[in-house]
Design a protein around this ligand. Structure first.
Ligand SMILES: [Zn+2]
Length: 236
């Protein structure tokens, strides 16, 4: 609970430095947090969580077995969705991931295919990268989802073994070559028999997620679904 003095101080600061929406840069008004109400309504939502066989799921067909897959927003260059992801990854705004996770979690827990999820596993970042950024953006998204879905986060069972070069500007094959051996399962017992919701910030080629799914599904009784903040390259 904030003291009255702090509340006055916050109000005073926001007069000088108004808090801005991370998507559109407009000042936030009372009761708005992180993303303004207009952006919450207008940003392009895929609704893929309600659509079995959606384009994200199709992307993984023949590559690995998934129970379901969805992403919250459509991603395009130069849009407010890109600005949100940029803030989350490069401008030290973990609250963007947490907030979107909270919003999306409410939708996912009411979607039949996601209602049986037992735990949320964020795609791990290489420790060096995480240290430089201060946090793992997928873990922030996972934390928000966990809060609204009432399901725990497990960030100990899926680990990254070696540094991978940056994924940008690589062909799909090269991306795959780059990620296929870098994920390992740490704590097998903790995930045996579970329906795992594997989460990442954005799905582009799906190579990173595919590599994760391939080390998780051989474990006894494990099924995997996938959720991301945004989905690139389809339907928009
Ligand atoms: Zn906005």
């Amino acid at each position: 609970m904030k003291s009255k003095l702090f509340i006055y101080f916050d109000d005073f600061l926001s007069l000088i430095y108004p808090k801005l929406c991370f998507a559109c840069d407009q000042p936030l008004v009372a009761n708005e947090e992180v993303i303004c109400f207009t952006c919450r309504q207008q940003l392009p939502q895929t609704q893929y969580h309600l659509q079995p066989g959606n384009p994200v799921e199709q992307q993984f067909w023949g590559r690995c077995h998934l129970n379901a897959a969805a992403g919250y927003y459509f991603f395009r260059q130069g849009t407010r969705v890109q600005q949100l992801l940029h803030a989350l990854k490069y401008h030290h705004a973990p609250e963007v991931g947490i907030t979107i996770g909270r919003i999306y979690g409410h939708q996912l827990k009411n979607a039949p295919v996601f209602s049986s999820v037992d735990c949320i596993v964020p795609v791990p970042l290489h420790p060096k990268k995480q240290k430089a950024r201060g946090y793992n953006q997928s873990e922030m998204f996972a934390a928000g989802l966990s809060e609204s879905m009432g399901i725990p986060v497990n960030n100990k069972s899926l680990l990254r073994s070696v540094a991978s070069e940056t994924q940008t500007r690589k062909s799909r094959f090269k991306r795959w070559e780059n990620v296929k051996t870098i994920f390992v399962v740490g704590d097998v017992e903790a995930i045996k028999g579970k329906h795992i919701l594997l989460v990442d910030d954005v799905i582009t080629t799906g190579a990173t997620l595919e590599a994760c799914v391939k080390v998780l599904t051989p474990i006894e009784g494990v099924t995997v679904s996938v959720a991301s903040i945004a989905v690139a390259g389809s339907g928009c």
